[in-house]
Ligand binder design. Structure first.
Ligand code: ZN
Length: 185
């Protein structure tokens, strides 16, 4: 695979990719230089796409880039702008307490499943200035971070849903598989 330095990305042409695009199943690569201009351009385009789609978060693999980067609404609860960018994120202080809640995914339109996840955790990541920062999250914030982190590891809510949800969403999943057309690279 081309490295970031050699890869030329037309950020304006980035769009949200849907399951079963294989990029959604790859383990994403760390971003070598979080403060690079191209990383900023990509993050800005991702924020645009997230807002257009009214999503709470968006991970780089969802725009076809296998990078360890995701964006979320800065204030997830009130869904206000601006967004927050997490580059090369890692979790710590993951709570033992779990919480079950419905999730959707911009790469899996019309599919909503219940997912059980730890209730709270801390995240450490780099921002677009290349500085490390840490924040604690509970409830929805922790859930969105975990959902987006899953994307960086090639995991989808399809892998975390119950047998009952699998059955309930069977037709929608099949429709996505039927509609899938490989992207031109
Ligand atoms: Zn998703």
């Amino acid at each position: 695979m081309a490295t970031m330095a050699t890869m030329s990305i037309q950020t304006a042409s980035l769009s949200i990719v849907h399951y079963p695009d294989p990029v959604l199943r790859q383990i994403a690569e760390p971003v070598a230089d979080p403060s690079a201009a191209q990383v900023r351009d990509v993050a800005q385009r991702m924020i645009e796409l997230m807002n257009e789609a009214n999503g709470a978060g968006l991970a780089a693999p969802q725009v076809g880039l296998s990078w360890r980067l995701f964006v979320t609404r800065a204030d997830i609860e009130s869904q206000t702008l601006p967004a927050q960018v997490f580059i090369n994120p890692v979790f710590s202080n993951v709570s033992r307490e779990m919480h079950r809640h419905e999730e959707g995914c911009l790469s899996l339109p019309d599919i909503h499943v219940e997912v059980q996840r730890p209730m709270s955790l801390s995240i450490t990541a780099f921002n677009l200035e290349g500085e490390s920062f840490s924040v604690n999250g509970t409830d929805l914030a922790a859930r969105v971070w975990q959902h987006e982190m899953d994307h960086l590891d090639g995991i989808l809510i399809l892998d975390r849903m119950s047998a009952m949800d699998r059955l309930a969403n069977r037709r929608m999943i099949k429709d996505l598989e039927t509609a899938y057309q490989p992207r031109r690279r």
